[in-house]
Design a binder for this molecule. Structure first.
Ligand SMILES: Nc1ncnc2c1ncn2[C@@H]1O[C@H](COP(=O)(O)OP(=O)(O)O)[C@@H](O)[C@H]1O
Ligand SMILES: [Mg+2]
Length: 450
């Protein structure tokens, strides 16, 4: 479950601080081997082995080492006392308190013993972390909750390990469940993102795309520090359009970052090159970064942590998430909308401009679907790409469905991907039925149009 790893982490967190590991379950040799495999430096950690096999009489009387008054007359108590005087440990980890309950005759005795032990340790200047197998003895769970100043819950959800703080006396903490990872470097925790905690002043600037007709469609461009959703069916050019904005940001000398949940590095680079949206140069001087994310290997918490690193340590100014369906896979089981909302809120609080790619299922249908999940709620602007059939030929069109921060053109324009880049045409004013995907030419003379 990770309790022992967390204990090791706690004991070795501050180099040079004497620490004590009291084990009642696993043997010291095993603990040392495991800790070494996880890369912990045990030089400051002393072990006290209270496992039943260690020769000490394990009768209940001798286990009553917790009552300070009786500590002198109790062999294990004396051992603890000795080791305390010698070590003066600042950190103590007990693995686990549950083992005591097997030895205590009843809940009252158990509580008395645990309280005594904890008082003894804390009065000697130690901070105590203790493992407990709540699941094994729910009857004692309440007791432990009462005794502890803080409770850290470790659990599983499917393949994922989770951590949550359910009690923490005297200080604030981030609520909810957080992803943890256990590997060759011990435990890493990815705290849930709290958008409200982050704020950074920024100016409301307009970011041009660099394609004049597109900027005219947007009546200037997109607004810095807002969320733009690029919506459309597969293959229509959403990723390419996003790259155009990222490149424009890079051209301003700022850093833009693409998180690709869908395509691999190679595919993306090839297409960017073949459409004159090559980003190698910007990448070389840190104005661009491509991160390909394998959805099933990252949780939303880990993804948020990586995003924060980009924003807070590398100064990312624009972030593109390609796509929402890929992101959905990485939040498996969680509320996707809530997660993406809190990410976007964090990013815009920090003045970062966000592009979210949203793939819609219908290629040419009756409805203009922005998304099945109310994603339009998070969008300050929605750019829509769609296919349209004209004189028996397949064309693409681009339009703005929404822009909270200003005016925009209400007509569609033809959209094309060429090897020279994105090309946007003049407004398609002489067509009707565009939104349904079956446009017809409106019968009227060219001069009466303007
Ligand atoms: N060099 C090129 N010239 C013209 N069209 C291209 C070129 N490279 C890719 N495309 C077109 O770009 C489209 C893919 O764009 P993409 O941005 O990946 O779409 P989406 O992200 O919406 O799935 C395809 O329709 C493909 O035909
Ligand atoms: Mg794409």
């Amino acid at each position: 479950m990770g309790k022992t790893t967390l204990g090791m982490q706690f004991l070795t967190a501050k180099a040079g601080e004497p620490a004590l590991f009291v084990t009642m379950g696993e043997h010291v040799d095993q603990l040392r081997t495991d800790a070494r495999n996880q890369g912990f430096d045990l030089s400051g950690v002393e072990f006290l082995d209270l496992t039943p096999a260690q020769g000490d009489s394990m009768d209940l009387e001798s286990y009553d080492l917790m009552a300070p008054a009786e500590a002198e007359s109790n062999p294990i108590g004396e051992r603890i006392g000795e080791i305390f005087k010698a070590l003066r440990p600042r950190r103590v980890f007990i693995d686990s308190l549950s083992h005591l309950s097997y030895l205590a005759p009843d809940a009252f005795q158990y509580r008395k013993q645990v309280m005594g032990l904890l008082r003894y340790l804390t009065q000697h200047g130690a901070t105590v972390l203790s493992a407990a197998e709540i699941v094994v003895e729910p009857a004692n769970a309440d007791e432990l909750q009462f005794l502890a100043d803080g409770i850290i819950d470790l659990s599983w959800r499917g393949e994922r390990r989770l951590l949550s703080v359910t009690k923490f006396r005297g200080a604030g903490y981030v609520g909810g469940v957080h992803t943890i990872r256990l590997d060759g470097r011990g435990m890493t925790c990815y705290p849930r993102l709290e958008p409200g905690e982050h704020q950074r002043g920024h100016q409301r600037e307009t970011l041009e795309s660099g394609v004049p007709e597109l900027d005219r469609l947007l009546m200037g461009g997109i607004t810095k520090g807002t969320v733009t959703v690029i919506s459309g069916p597969t293959g229509v050019g959403k990723t390419t359009l996003g790259l155009q904005f990222l490149r424009a940001v890079a051209a301003r000398g700022e850093r833009s970052v693409l998180y690709s949940f869908e395509e691999n590095d190679q595919t993306l680079r090839c297409r960017a090159e073949s459409t004159s949206l090559d980003f190698a140069e910007a990448e070389a001087d840190n104005r661009f970064a491509l991160h390909t994310i394998e959805p099933l290997r990252y949780s939303a918490d880990e993804f948020a942590e990586r995003l924060r690193d980009e924003v807070e340590n590398r100064g990312a100014s624009m972030v593109m998430i390609d796509s929402l369906s890929g992101f959905r896979l990485s939040v498996a089981g969680d509320d996707m909308v809530q997660r993406i909302l809190s990410l976007c809120r964090y990013l815009t609080n920090m003045g970062v401009t966000v592009l979210v790619i949203n793939e819609v299922a219908n290629i040419a249908g009756e409805t203009v679907q922005v998304s099945e999940e109310g994603i339009s709620f998070l969008a300050d602007s929605v750019l829509m790409l769609r296919y349209l059939e004209l004189n028996g030929q397949l064309h693409k069109a681009i339009g703005v469905l929404k822009k909270r921060t200003g005016n925009f053109e209400k007509t569609l324009r033809e959209f094309e991907i060429t090897k020279e880049g994105i090309r946007v045409g003049e407004p398609l004013t002489q067509l009707r039925g565009i939104l349904r995907g079956f446009p017809e030419l409106v019968e009227r003379s060219v001069d009466s149009d303007s």
